[in-house]
Design a protein around this ligand. Structure first.
Ligand code: NAD
Ligand code: AKB
Length: 337
């Protein structure tokens, strides 16, 4: 008899750690986590962790024989900057890895006669604004606009969204018996900022890096221009979005891909907010033109009307609340215990 479980891949990363905590509080179903790295000690009692690679087909085959997955949060990925340094490896992890997990979910949906819910975090990287004038003019992009990514990571995300739609709507479309298909849902996240973990390998990392460096009393040279604008979100809202989308009744969903966002801010405004909380912070701007190019290609804002309308999405943390009530107090406590 297979054990029922919720699977989280990439669980040792930033979103994974935040998700394990919330999910374990609200769902009685056992949580199985899979990551190349172990989850930190404090999460060990909340999940059953397997250290392993999503590209290991033998491992996935073993999991399928042992577990009946009700839901899969597929978070494992290489982020944008890291992916530009190793594009072929990024393709393997981000695309081949996702395909392998979609196959697991498709197979399990058929065997149990009930769709496995598959939640996939996509990204603003799926967009590609051709120049700064267009980024300024088409400030708040809708899901179907400017789907011209310029990074391997963005290409991977956009394609995996399409793969998810294929597996949930058209898989085995020529077979005589229509199979029970998986239930794929995806969110396009902006840059996420956690008070408890540090990002690595992303291009929105300058925001959280600036804030954490200030709290630690370290100098920080920001790798983008002061006028660079991107959308951001506090980590608790990202987890709320994942959980709300995963719980939304299927009839309410008019799309499978949804933008979600909270606040858009320039790098200089970000610095000003950090300085208000940590007046001694030493923040300078030393743009890396290659990473700047990626930031310039991402939209200034996301239009998240569809998520608001279809499943009641609304962030709890706007810019002010994110800094005053979540980021600053928790980061302060973290470094000044
Ligand atoms: P992260 O880098 O902190 O975590 C990713 C995790 O995936 C890491 O723990 C890593 O060890 C694991 N991983 C990588 N390759 C693996 C493999 N082959 N097998 C098993 N595990 C592997 O990233 P995150 O911020 O937690 O992001 C999680 C997901 O959300 C990713 O898909 C990312 O693209 C997406 N996302 C994140 C942001 C953000 O700002 N953090 C924004 C948009 C989308
Ligand atoms: C990155 O910068 O790669 C991520 C993302 C926006 O997907 N933070």
């Amino acid at each position: 008899m297979r054990k029922k479980a919720i699977l989280i891949t990439g669980a040792s990363g930033e979103i994974g750690q935040a998700l394990i905590t919330s999910l374990s509080q609200m769902s009685p179903m056992p949580i199985l986590t899979l990551d190349l790295h172990p989850v930190p000690q404090e999460f060990m009692s909340l999940c059953n962790h397997i250290s392993g690679d999503i590209l290991d087909h033998n491992l996935l085959a073993r999991l399928v024989t042992e577990y009946d997955f009700e839901m899969i949060f597929h978070l494992a990925a290489l982020l944008s900057t890291r992916s530009e340094f190793s594009p072929e490896l990024a393709h393997q992890v981000n695309v081949d890895g996702t395909l392998a997990l979609l196959q697991v979910a498709a197979e399990q949906s058929q065997r149990r006669g009930k769709p496995v819910r598959f939640i996939f975090p996509s990204s603003i990287a799926a967009y590609g604004m051709p120049n700064l004038a267009t980024k300024e003019r088409d400030r708040s992009v809708k899901e179907w606009q400017w789907n011209n990514p310029t990074t391997m990571y963005g290409c991977n995300k956009l394609y995996c969204e399409q793969l998810g739609i294929y597996y949930s709507k058209h898989y085995q479309q020529l077979s005589a018996n229509k199979p029970v298909m998986l239930d794929f849902r995806s969110l396009r996240f902006p840059g996420l900022i956690s008070a408890f973990t540090m990002p690595s390998g992303g291009t929105t990392d300058y925001g959280p890096e600036m804030l954490h460096a200030a709290a630690k009393g370290e100098r920080y040279a920001c790798f983008v221009r002061e006028d660079s604008v991107l959308p951001f979100m506090a980590m608790p809202d990202a987890v709320t979005a994942l959980l709300q989308l995963s719980a939304a009744p299927v009839e309410s969903l008019n799309h499978l891909i949804y933008n979600v966002t909270s606040f858009s801010i320039s790098a200089s405004d970000f610095r000003d907010h950090v300085l208000r909380a940590f007046p001694q912070a030493q923040i300078t701007f030393d743009p890396d033109w290659q990473r700047q190019g990626i930031v310039d290609s991402w939209p200034a804002e996301l239009n998240d009307e569809a998520a608001r309308r279809d499943w009641g999405w609304a962030p709890a943390y706007n810019l002010q609340r994110a800094f005053d009530e979540y980021l600053v107090p928790n980061i302060h406590r973290r470094y000044h215990r």
